[in-house]
Design a protein around this ligand. Structure first.
Ligand SMILES: [Zn+2]
Length: 145
């Protein structure tokens, strides 16, 4: 960059295309195949950005009537990643792993979870777990299939 005033050329115009955190598809545009390896806009050249953890309409439809288990860690996966939740002063960042579980399977999968918490989890439709746990669960599911 120099100090000269100039009209922006197309190179300077850097539109942001919001993508869904869960499926990495462009929001409101499910046919696009563009995928992102990394997350979040951490370079000036990146066009795609995860702006929030709100699922796209397609993911919303899949998540409906299920519980989405989201893997989180206490450290961001990339600079500038916003936390998905704050609990007792600790920030939790989704690490990218997630899976769906039928609501009726929550109680039997987490036998030590108090009944009230099971009910809350089902009504929220979301459960945050350590990413290692979610990876282990996903491997178990894979092994069963
Ligand atoms: Zn999605």
């Amino acid at each position: 960059m120099n100090n000269q005033t100039k009209f922006p050329n197309t190179k300077d115009i850097n539109p942001l295309i919001p993508i869904c955190f869960f499926c990495r598809e462009e929001k409101n545009k499910i046919t696009t195949v563009s995928k992102l390896e990394g997350m979040y806009k951490d370079t000036d050249t990146s066009t795609y950005a995860i702006l929030d953890y709100e699922p796209c309409d397609r993911c919303k439809a899949i998540m409906k009537s299920n519980v989405t288990i989201v893997g989180v860690s206490e450290t961001p996966t990339q600079n500038g990643q916003p936390p998905i939740a704050t609990q007792s002063g600790k920030e939790y960042y989704p690490s990218g792993e997630w899976l769906l579980m039928k609501s009726e399977a929550i109680a039997s999968t987490f036998p030590s979870m108090p009944e009230k918490e099971v009910e809350e989890t089902i009504s929220k439709g979301k459960l945050l777990l350590k990413s290692e746990v979610v990876i282990r669960m996903a491997k178990q599911v894979e092994a069963q299939n």
